[in-house]
Design a binder for this molecule. Structure first.
Ligand SMILES: [Zn+2]
Length: 494
């Protein structure tokens, strides 16, 4: 944390609220049958409805409504029996209809809360609603004063999740954003690809002197497309507002934009601050009726929430760090659940996944989604190591990569390649003798009382046995041999 921020936070308490726009994972747009696809040539995924041509009629997507209802249910929101869309009127080049179809008076969810994964903090929710996205203006590669518009994104369904202003630290904001992202991933409601703009944030922030309960004047920050942008913009606002309050100047209530390149917020043009959207109920879409049976069916389909999963994993013996890595990828956490069930050892399963499977994939720059070894096969390998059939070294360095490359079961690989661990003295003792003969200096160090060098000698034995010797038996044989030599060495000359 920089010094100016630290000094500002000593005197002032930030009061922060968040608005999150999440692009829903649907095949089609919210109100027409146009496909939702990132990166298509401009203006190729459009039709009269999403272009807002006269006479076209919107039909809402059931999948989009269900996604938002499941988000609202997972947050514990109150779901109304009747909900409807409203028109939010404004004129902007990326919105050809001159209004956006959104929800104002009767959103799909009200109230509720998100329990943050790391801290357990309860972030209360104001509302969750469904709306359509706008198109995109392109300012690059055109002449000065010119812009192009791409309407492929116009009409894409968004869930907007609005919190109460209950966040007071940047760590809490970070925890909230991570947890919400994981909730959306667990629900399958959004792909949450930041680089494709699937998650976009707006923040409101005011400062008050520590110890004071009355709220200060609020500033809204738009245009935040990453966690880094949110935290950078809030840090900048805290320092800016604190300096202004210190000088006795009032804070102007305004909307500001985050300028990532220069690391600062700047006020938006004043005419865009007019917040009179003249909402009224959308006349072309009948109100939505949400019967209890629908609500109950969706509620029954909800997965475990990130905080619950994080806590359950820790109760089963995992550390917070390990639990967080697993929960951060629902597919990885599901795989761990299956592996832990088969092995009966949740922590050992977690360590194998984090230390060995993820490491193997990272080294090949592959995502976990590409991991094709079924949990039962990995459980078999873990059992082979536990039973001493293969050494830990061979299990990790030879068998695991071979399973990934060939798709064969571990037992087959061990047998076919002769990788079984050797524990018999007939094969191990000659290796011990060779290692002792090759390292007279180390042997002397051991004899002089530096017994820590035993680890090095075991390592040399493992190398000479191509990782197949039993390290425990090597250790015993080495100790015996060194002990007898020590006795001999310390025997007084006669
Ligand atoms: Zn369309």
């Amino acid at each position: 944390m920089n010094e100016a921020l630290q000094r500002a936070l000593e005197r002032y308490e930030p009061v922060i609220g968040m608005e999150v726009h999440a692009q829903l994972d649907t095949r089609t747009k919210l109100l027409c049958g146009c496909p939702v696809r990132f990166g298509a040539p401009p203006n190729t995924l459009v039709c009269p409805v999403c272009l807002g041509l006269p006479g076209s009629l919107p039909v809402p997507s059931r999948a989009a409504v269900e996604h938002v209802l499941r988000i609202a249910l997972a947050l514990g929101c109150e779901i109304p029996e009747r909900s409807w869309f409203d028109r939010k009127n404004y004129n902007y080049p990326d919105q050809p209809k001159n209004y956006q179809i959104s929800q104002d008076e009767r959103p799909l969810g009200r109230g509720g809360a998100l329990v943050c994964m790391r801290s357990g903090q309860v972030v209360t929710i104001d509302n969750v609603h469904l709306e359509e996205d706008a198109g995109k203006l392109l300012h690059e590669g055109v002449g000065p004063g010119q812009s192009l518009v791409d309407l492929n994104r116009a009409g894409t369904p968004l869930a907007e999740i609005v919190t109460e202003p209950v966040l007071h630290t940047l760590e809490a904001v970070d925890d909230f954003m991570d947890t919400l992202r994981l909730l959306l991933l667990h629900l399958g409601a959004s792909r949450c690809r930041m680089q494709e703009g699937n998650l976009r944030f707006e923040a409101s922030i005011s400062l008050r002197p520590r110890g004071q309960t009355a709220l200060g004047t609020r500033v809204e920050i738009k245009n935040l497309n990453s966690h880094k942008a949110v935290l950078g913009a809030l840090s900048h606002e805290i320092v800016r507002q604190a300096a202004q309050l210190d000088r006795g100047e009032p804070i102007a209530q305004q909307t500001r934009l985050w300028d990532e390149a220069n690391g600062r917020t700047a006020p938006m043009r004043s005419k865009e601050q007019a917040h009179d959207y003249r909402y009224f109920p959308e006349p072309d879409i009948p109100p939505l009726s949400i019967p209890a049976s629908w609500r109950e069916r969706l509620a029954a389909s909800l997965p475990e929430r990130p905080r619950e999963r994080f806590e359950r994993l820790q109760r089963s013996g995992l550390g917070a760090y390990e639990a967080e890595i697993l929960v951060s990828d629902p597919a990885l956490a599901d795989y761990h659940d299956a592996l832990a069930r088969t092995t009966g050892e949740p922590r050992r399963a977690a360590l194998w996944l984090i230390n060995d499977v993820l490491k193997l994939l990272n080294a090949r720059k592959r995502p976990f989604a590409d991991w094709n070894v079924p949990p039962e096969a990995l459980a078999e390998l873990i059992a082979l190591e536990r039973e001493g059939v293969v050494s830990g070294l061979v299990a990790r360095n030879d068998v695991l990569p071979a399973m990934w490359e060939t798709g064969e079961r571990p037992r087959t690989i061990v047998e076919a390649r002769g990788l079984a661990q050797r524990s018999d003295d007939a094969s191990l003792a000659p290796i011990v003798a060779e290692v002792l003969a090759a390292h007279p200096d180390t042997v002397a160090q051991y004899r002089a009382g530096k017994t820590k060098v035993l680890g090095f000698l075991i390592g040399q034995c493992m190398r000479r046995s191509a990782g197949r010797g039993n390290p425990k038996r090597f250790s015993e044989l080495l100790r015996d041999a060194l002990a007898s030599e020590t006795d001999q060495g310390s025997r007084p000359a006669t």
